[in-house]
Design a protein around this ligand. Structure first.
Ligand SMILES: Cc1cc2nc3c(=O)[nH]c(=O)nc-3n(C[C@H](O)[C@H](O)[C@H](O)COP(=O)(O)OP(=O)(O)OC[C@H]3O[C@@H](n4cnc5c(N)ncnc54)[C@H](O)[C@@H]3O)c2cc1C
Ligand SMILES: NC(=O)c1ccc[n+]([C@@H]2O[C@H](COP(=O)([O-])OP(=O)(O)OC[C@H]3O[C@@H](n4cnc5c(N)ncnc54)[C@H](OP(=O)(O)O)[C@@H]3O)[C@@H](O)[C@H]2O)c1
Length: 448
């Protein structure tokens, strides 16, 4: 019987995996039977905006963490598919920082062109995966979410592509129980307009904190106070946004911070990150890691050391996104196809330790960008993913970091060149800080 591969999730990672197999099949390779299970009714993963929070229509936790008015926070040129460029998708160059709907269209555009939809069972959640050592197979229990009965199927390999920015990490602070306003995690943040006229407290000092603070100010919050635990972001914030040390407690509407400062606040958004959560995996298969650039336990950042027939995609913290997912998907595919063989466990463990040692020596974002770029290069050199100028994307990321320090409200107005076509993106029609409409029509209609 033909071997079977299960892909869990049809977000950017899962779609990259299906596309990689499909490309090999088109190239004449004998490909195993690939089945993707996606709990949502459509593909695109986090890029599918939902107004829902809490539980979804079937009583499961809502996967989506994206919100209205979310624009790409990195240059699109740094995530461009080498085999499906932005110029090809849009038929012309488009600006470097598109809104969510435009990036979703791009991701699903390649998947549509590649014809992988037929491989996906939508509205089907993977409920449990265990490994049967005797049979040498995974037993994968899935359930149609419209009340369908669970069924279990056997697979030779399982590829987990369920993302890691959906299960919120939610700390508590003294006085939260009595706070008279709204307290939410960024996972449940949907529209900055909700906070117009309010004094907002944002806790955290990473991408969500940065972007939600800016969104809130842009859409009319009276003030935004950002409270950091380790270090402030240190950007030149526009009037109305300030950074203060960690919240110690709230008393009524008064927020008290380490060092003695206090501010009156009306609502609190916890931008405190996410947990890697795999409740559908048996204990011994479950990756446990904080959000880091090289999780322990994954050879090449993909293969579960204890059982490499289980693969994970996209579990790293991410400078690189779609191109990293492609590199991983091509590599995982070539392992499944027998084109790449893995070394003995001891060598795999030593390789992971080497990468993690190198990560530990990184001194800041520039080193981290180089680190992740070398990780991509290491994977790409062993697969037939089309060539592109990875060094240019490294330089772009460093320019982008610099741009953010120069102007946190203006960095999305910069233009970058494509590592695939060389095209330089046209400028935005309207400065991002003044652009309130995040629709694809407006973005694309505004191109010069
Ligand atoms: C607020 C926010 C903003 C972001 N902005 C950017 C950005 O601007 N640029 C960028 O490049 N990246 C951004 N990211 C990073 C984002 O993680 C990646 O772009 C990308 O979505 C990751 O793809 P993925 O396939 O790993 O995960 P996801 O996109 O999360 O997709 C996982 C899929 O798996 C499905 N799934 C989960 N569990 C199961 C199950 N048990 N059974 C069946 N299906 C399941 C989900 O329904 C989902 O469709 C952002 C992330 C967040 C949270
Ligand atoms: N397109 C966009 O504009 C956009 C917007 C939002 C998010 N994103 C993406 O979403 C992903 C997740 O970003 P994220 O910012 O949500 O998570 P993150 O990068 O993991 O950052 C988590 C933050 O929470 C802080 N934190 C955790 N526990 C805390 C506690 N108990 N008290 C105070 N602070 C605490 C951390 O502080 P320490 O530094 O002290 O650990 C850190 O600053 C990223 O890939 C990002 O690119 C993109």
């Amino acid at each position: 019987m033909a071997s079977r591969v299960a892909v869990v999730g049809a977000g950017p990672c899962g779609l990259a995996q299906l596309h990689a197999f499909e490309e090999a099949r088109r190239g004449g390779a004998e490909v195993p039977q690939v089945t993707c299970f996606e709990q949502q009714g459509d593909w695109g993963g986090l890029w599918n905006y939902t107004w829902r929070t809490g539980l979804d229509e079937h009583g499961d936790p809502v996967h989506g963490s994206m919100y209205r008015s979310l624009w790409s926070n990195g240059p699109k040129e740094c995530l461009e598919f080498a085999d499906y460029t932005f110029d090809e998708h849009f038929g012309r160059p488009v600006a470097s920082f598109p809104p969510r709907a435009v990036l979703r269209d791009y991701i699903t555009g390649r998947a549509g062109k590649g014809g992988v939809r037929r491989l996906i069972q939508f509205g089907t959640a993977v409920r449990w995966v265990r490994y049967d050592r005797g049979a040498g197979k995974f037993a994968v229990t899935v359930q149609a979410r419209d009340g369908g009965r669970a069924r279990t199927e056997d697979f030779d390999q399982v590829i987990v592509a369920t993302g890691h920015f959906s299960t919120p990490d939610v700390p508590s602070f003294g006085g939260f129980g009595q706070f008279p306003g709204r307290i939410l995690h960024s996972h449940d943040f949907r529209d900055a307009r909700e906070f117009a006229g309010q004094r907002l407290l944002v806790i955290g000092s990473s991408y969500s904190a940065e972007d939600i603070a800016l969104q809130a100010a842009k859409y009319g919050a009276a003030s935004v106070t950002i409270s950091y635990r380790t270090a402030p972001m240190g950007f030149g914030w526009p009037a109305g946004i300030e950074e203060v040390p960690l919240l110690s407690r709230v008393e009524g509407r008064t927020a008290h911070f380490a060092g003695g400062a206090a501010r009156e606040v009306d609502a609190i958004v916890l931008c405190t990150g996410y947990r890697h959560s795999f409740r559908f995996l048996a204990e011994e298969l479950r990756l446990r890691t904080p959000n880091v650039l090289y999780p322990a336990g994954l050879y090449k950042g993909i293969f579960w050391l204890a059982n490499p027939a289980l693969m994970y995609l996209g579990m790293q913290d991410q400078y690189y996104t779609f191109t990293m997912f492609d590199a991983q998907a091509w590599y995982a595919r070539d392992y499944v196809l027998g084109r790449i063989s893995l070394p003995p466990p001891r060598e795999m463990a030593a390789d992971i330790a080497r990468w993690r040692g190198r990560l530990a020596a990184c001194a800041g974002p520039a080193d981290e960008i180089d680190f992740q770029a070398s990780y991509l290069a290491d994977l790409n050199k062993q697969v037939d993913y089309p060539g592109y100028d990875l060094d240019l994307t490294r330089a772009h990321f460093k320019d982008w970091e610099h741009d953010k320090m120069t102007s946190i409200t203006g960095y999305r107005d910069r233009s970058f060149s494509s590592p695939c076509t060389g095209t330089t993106a046209p400028p935005r029609h309207t400065p991002w800080w003044h652009e309130l409409d995040d629709s694809a029509d407006t973005f694309l209609g505004h191109q010069a």
